[in-house]
Design a protein around this ligand. Structure first.
Ligand code: SF4
Ligand code: FES
Length: 236
Protein backbone atom coordinates (compact mmCIF):
# COMPACT_ATOMS: atom_id res chain seq x y z
CA UNK A 1 0.00 0.00 0.00
CA UNK A 2 0.95 3.63 -0.54
CA UNK A 3 0.16 6.42 1.93
CA UNK A 4 0.00 10.10 1.12
CA UNK A 5 -2.21 13.17 1.56
CA UNK A 6 -4.78 14.82 -0.67
CA UNK A 7 -5.75 18.34 0.37
CA UNK A 8 -4.38 17.63 3.84
CA UNK A 9 -6.31 14.39 4.35
CA UNK A 10 -4.44 11.07 4.71
CA UNK A 11 -5.29 8.49 2.05
CA UNK A 12 -4.21 4.98 1.21
CA UNK A 13 -4.05 3.45 -2.24
CA UNK A 14 -2.67 0.41 -4.01
CA UNK A 15 0.82 0.76 -5.46
CA UNK A 16 0.55 1.76 -9.12
CA UNK A 17 -2.90 3.34 -8.80
CA UNK A 18 -3.38 6.54 -10.75
CA UNK A 19 -3.75 9.70 -8.72
CA UNK A 20 -6.89 10.87 -10.54
CA UNK A 21 -8.71 7.61 -9.71
CA UNK A 22 -7.72 7.79 -6.04
CA UNK A 23 -8.64 11.47 -5.74
CA UNK A 24 -12.06 10.84 -7.29
CA UNK A 25 -12.64 7.86 -5.02
CA UNK A 26 -11.85 10.08 -2.04
CA UNK A 27 -14.40 12.63 -3.22
CA UNK A 28 -12.12 15.30 -4.72
CA UNK A 29 -13.41 16.91 -7.89
CA UNK A 30 -10.87 17.10 -10.70
CA UNK A 31 -12.01 18.14 -14.19
CA UNK A 32 -10.99 16.00 -17.16
CA UNK A 33 -11.54 16.21 -20.89
CA UNK A 34 -9.33 13.52 -22.38
CA UNK A 35 -9.73 10.80 -19.77
CA UNK A 36 -12.14 7.90 -20.15
CA UNK A 37 -12.67 5.03 -17.70
CA UNK A 38 -12.35 2.39 -20.42
CA UNK A 39 -9.63 4.06 -22.48
CA UNK A 40 -7.48 5.66 -19.79
CA UNK A 41 -5.61 8.82 -20.74
CA UNK A 42 -2.80 10.05 -22.84
CA UNK A 43 -2.51 13.37 -21.07
CA UNK A 44 -3.55 15.72 -23.84
CA UNK A 45 -5.85 18.26 -22.18
CA UNK A 46 -3.84 18.86 -18.94
CA UNK A 47 -7.03 20.01 -17.24
CA UNK A 48 -6.59 17.40 -14.52
CA UNK A 49 -3.46 19.20 -13.30
CA UNK A 50 -2.75 19.02 -9.55
CA UNK A 51 0.03 20.39 -7.35
CA UNK A 52 2.38 17.94 -5.66
CA UNK A 53 4.77 18.66 -2.80
CA UNK A 54 7.55 16.37 -1.71
CA UNK A 55 9.70 18.02 0.92
CA UNK A 56 10.62 21.44 -0.45
CA UNK A 57 10.00 20.38 -4.06
CA UNK A 58 6.81 21.50 -5.78
CA UNK A 59 5.51 20.19 -9.11
CA UNK A 60 2.43 20.36 -11.27
CA UNK A 61 1.43 17.06 -12.87
CA UNK A 62 -1.39 15.59 -14.93
CA UNK A 63 -3.19 13.50 -12.30
CA UNK A 64 -4.62 11.15 -14.94
CA UNK A 65 -1.11 9.85 -15.68
CA UNK A 66 0.54 10.06 -12.28
CA UNK A 67 1.01 6.85 -10.26
CA UNK A 68 0.59 7.56 -6.54
CA UNK A 69 3.69 7.73 -4.35
CA UNK A 70 4.38 7.41 -0.63
CA UNK A 71 4.66 10.66 1.29
CA UNK A 72 3.51 13.16 -1.31
CA UNK A 73 1.16 16.04 -0.50
CA UNK A 74 -1.37 16.58 -3.26
CA UNK A 75 -3.42 19.76 -3.72
CA UNK A 76 -6.26 19.50 -6.21
CA UNK A 77 -7.48 23.09 -6.12
CA UNK A 78 -4.64 25.33 -4.93
CA UNK A 79 -4.46 28.91 -6.19
CA UNK A 80 -1.86 27.97 -8.82
CA UNK A 81 -3.79 24.88 -9.93
CA UNK A 82 -6.88 27.00 -10.49
CA UNK A 83 -4.81 29.54 -12.39
CA UNK A 84 -3.39 26.85 -14.70
CA UNK A 85 -6.85 25.39 -15.31
CA UNK A 86 -8.22 28.84 -16.10
CA UNK A 87 -5.46 29.42 -18.64
CA UNK A 88 -6.08 26.02 -20.27
CA UNK A 89 -9.82 26.70 -20.44
CA UNK A 90 -9.21 30.13 -21.93
CA UNK A 91 -7.08 28.56 -24.66
CA UNK A 92 -9.68 25.84 -25.29
CA UNK A 93 -12.43 28.45 -25.45
CA UNK A 94 -10.40 30.41 -28.00
CA UNK A 95 -10.02 27.23 -30.04
CA UNK A 96 -13.65 26.09 -29.75
CA UNK A 97 -15.84 29.13 -29.00
CA UNK A 98 -18.92 27.20 -30.14
CA UNK A 99 -18.53 24.29 -27.73
CA UNK A 100 -21.09 24.23 -24.91
CA UNK A 101 -18.98 21.67 -23.03
CA UNK A 102 -16.02 24.04 -22.96
CA UNK A 103 -18.20 27.09 -22.29
CA UNK A 104 -19.84 25.37 -19.28
CA UNK A 105 -16.56 24.14 -17.87
CA UNK A 106 -14.89 27.51 -18.41
CA UNK A 107 -17.74 29.36 -16.69
CA UNK A 108 -17.29 27.11 -13.63
CA UNK A 109 -13.77 28.55 -13.41
CA UNK A 110 -14.89 32.13 -14.02
CA UNK A 111 -13.71 32.19 -17.62
CA UNK A 112 -16.31 33.86 -19.82
CA UNK A 113 -14.21 35.50 -22.48
CA UNK A 114 -10.76 35.08 -23.97
CA UNK A 115 -7.78 37.35 -24.54
CA UNK A 116 -6.70 35.41 -27.62
CA UNK A 117 -7.93 35.45 -31.19
CA UNK A 118 -10.79 32.98 -31.53
CA UNK A 119 -10.52 30.17 -34.07
CA UNK A 120 -13.34 29.82 -36.53
CA UNK A 121 -12.23 26.63 -38.29
CA UNK A 122 -11.72 24.05 -35.52
CA UNK A 123 -15.37 23.26 -34.82
CA UNK A 124 -15.64 21.76 -31.34
CA UNK A 125 -12.55 19.55 -31.54
CA UNK A 126 -10.06 19.91 -28.69
CA UNK A 127 -7.72 17.22 -30.11
CA UNK A 128 -8.22 15.00 -27.07
CA UNK A 129 -7.72 11.90 -29.22
CA UNK A 130 -10.46 9.87 -27.52
CA UNK A 131 -12.23 9.17 -30.82
CA UNK A 132 -9.04 7.73 -32.30
CA UNK A 133 -8.37 5.59 -29.23
CA UNK A 134 -11.97 4.34 -29.08
CA UNK A 135 -11.85 3.38 -32.76
CA UNK A 136 -8.57 1.51 -32.25
CA UNK A 137 -9.03 -0.07 -28.83
CA UNK A 138 -12.77 -0.60 -28.49
CA UNK A 139 -13.92 -1.13 -32.08
CA UNK A 140 -10.59 -2.36 -33.42
CA UNK A 141 -10.59 -0.78 -36.87
CA UNK A 142 -8.35 2.37 -36.76
CA UNK A 143 -10.38 4.49 -39.16
CA UNK A 144 -9.24 7.82 -37.66
CA UNK A 145 -5.94 9.60 -37.25
CA UNK A 146 -4.40 12.99 -36.45
CA UNK A 147 -3.06 14.84 -39.44
CA UNK A 148 -1.18 18.11 -39.87
CA UNK A 149 1.06 19.98 -37.47
CA UNK A 150 0.72 22.91 -35.08
CA UNK A 151 -2.45 24.92 -35.69
CA UNK A 152 -3.28 22.72 -38.71
CA UNK A 153 -3.48 19.57 -36.61
CA UNK A 154 -6.85 17.85 -36.86
CA UNK A 155 -8.66 14.55 -36.45
CA UNK A 156 -9.67 13.03 -39.73
CA UNK A 157 -9.71 9.88 -41.83
CA UNK A 158 -6.53 8.97 -43.76
CA UNK A 159 -6.03 11.45 -46.65
CA UNK A 160 -9.37 13.06 -45.68
CA UNK A 161 -11.07 10.37 -47.77
CA UNK A 162 -13.97 8.15 -46.67
CA UNK A 163 -12.23 5.40 -44.71
CA UNK A 164 -12.23 1.92 -46.18
CA UNK A 165 -12.23 0.36 -42.72
CA UNK A 166 -14.84 2.57 -41.03
CA UNK A 167 -17.94 0.51 -40.22
CA UNK A 168 -20.12 3.48 -39.26
CA UNK A 169 -20.61 2.35 -35.67
CA UNK A 170 -20.46 5.92 -34.33
CA UNK A 171 -18.38 4.97 -31.25
CA UNK A 172 -16.17 8.00 -31.97
CA UNK A 173 -19.18 10.33 -31.89
CA UNK A 174 -20.48 8.79 -28.67
CA UNK A 175 -17.16 9.14 -26.87
CA UNK A 176 -16.30 12.65 -28.14
CA UNK A 177 -16.57 14.93 -25.07
CA UNK A 178 -17.53 18.01 -27.07
CA UNK A 179 -19.94 16.64 -29.69
CA UNK A 180 -17.64 17.59 -32.55
CA UNK A 181 -18.27 14.53 -34.72
CA UNK A 182 -21.15 14.87 -37.14
CA UNK A 183 -23.36 11.80 -37.43
CA UNK A 184 -26.70 11.73 -39.19
CA UNK A 185 -29.24 8.91 -39.51
CA UNK A 186 -31.73 9.80 -42.24
CA UNK A 187 -33.92 7.92 -44.73
CA UNK A 188 -32.26 4.59 -44.02
CA UNK A 189 -28.69 5.85 -44.25
CA UNK A 190 -26.06 6.93 -41.73
CA UNK A 191 -23.55 9.60 -42.68
CA UNK A 192 -20.35 9.95 -40.69
CA UNK A 193 -16.80 11.04 -41.65
CA UNK A 194 -17.89 11.70 -45.27
CA UNK A 195 -19.06 8.08 -45.67
CA UNK A 196 -22.64 6.93 -46.18
CA UNK A 197 -23.81 3.61 -44.70
CA UNK A 198 -26.99 1.74 -45.44
CA UNK A 199 -28.86 1.05 -42.21
CA UNK A 200 -30.27 -2.38 -41.45
CA UNK A 201 -34.01 -2.62 -40.87
CA UNK A 202 -35.20 -4.78 -37.96
CA UNK A 203 -37.39 -7.57 -39.39
CA UNK A 204 -39.67 -7.45 -36.32
CA UNK A 205 -40.38 -3.72 -35.79
CA UNK A 206 -39.27 -2.48 -39.21
CA UNK A 207 -37.08 0.20 -37.58
CA UNK A 208 -33.70 1.20 -39.04
CA UNK A 209 -31.13 0.58 -36.32
CA UNK A 210 -27.48 -0.08 -37.29
CA UNK A 211 -25.27 0.09 -40.38
CA UNK A 212 -25.20 -3.20 -42.28
CA UNK A 213 -21.38 -2.91 -42.45
CA UNK A 214 -21.23 -2.73 -38.66
CA UNK A 215 -23.41 -5.83 -38.26
CA UNK A 216 -21.33 -7.73 -40.82
CA UNK A 217 -18.19 -6.74 -38.92
CA UNK A 218 -19.67 -8.01 -35.63
CA UNK A 219 -20.88 -11.20 -37.28
CA UNK A 220 -17.39 -11.88 -38.66
CA UNK A 221 -15.70 -11.14 -35.34
CA UNK A 222 -18.10 -13.04 -33.09
CA UNK A 223 -19.56 -15.72 -35.33
CA UNK A 224 -23.10 -14.58 -34.50
CA UNK A 225 -25.45 -15.02 -37.49
CA UNK A 226 -26.46 -11.91 -39.46
CA UNK A 227 -30.10 -12.98 -39.10
CA UNK A 228 -29.80 -12.65 -35.33
CA UNK A 229 -27.92 -9.34 -35.54
CA UNK A 230 -30.53 -7.82 -37.82
CA UNK A 231 -33.03 -7.91 -34.94
CA UNK A 232 -32.75 -4.60 -33.06
CA UNK A 233 -32.03 -4.32 -29.32
CA UNK A 234 -35.68 -3.42 -28.52
CA UNK A 235 -37.03 -6.57 -30.18
CA UNK A 236 -34.50 -9.06 -28.77
S1 SF4 B 1 -13.31 14.77 -32.43
FE1 SF4 B 1 -13.94 14.78 -30.28
S2 SF4 B 1 -13.04 12.89 -29.42
FE2 SF4 B 1 -11.98 13.30 -31.36
S3 SF4 B 1 -10.16 14.50 -30.79
FE3 SF4 B 1 -11.78 15.97 -31.31
S4 SF4 B 1 -12.77 16.44 -29.33
FE4 SF4 B 1 -11.58 14.57 -29.03
S1 FES C 1 -7.65 14.35 -18.24
FE1 FES C 1 -5.57 14.37 -17.68
S2 FES C 1 -4.60 15.33 -19.29
FE2 FES C 1 -6.69 15.29 -19.92
Amino acid sequence: MVEFKINGKKVQAEKGEILLDVAKREGHEIPTLCHHEKLGSDGRCRLCVVEIHRGSRRRFVASCLYPVENGIDVYTDSRDVLLIRKTILELLLARCPGSDTIKNLASQYGVFDVRYTKDTDKGKCILCGQCIRACESIVGVSALCMSGKGPEKKVTTPFDEPSEVCIGCGACAVICPTGHIYIEDKDGYRTIWRKKFELARCPKCNRFHAPIEQLEFISKKTGVDMEELLICQNCK
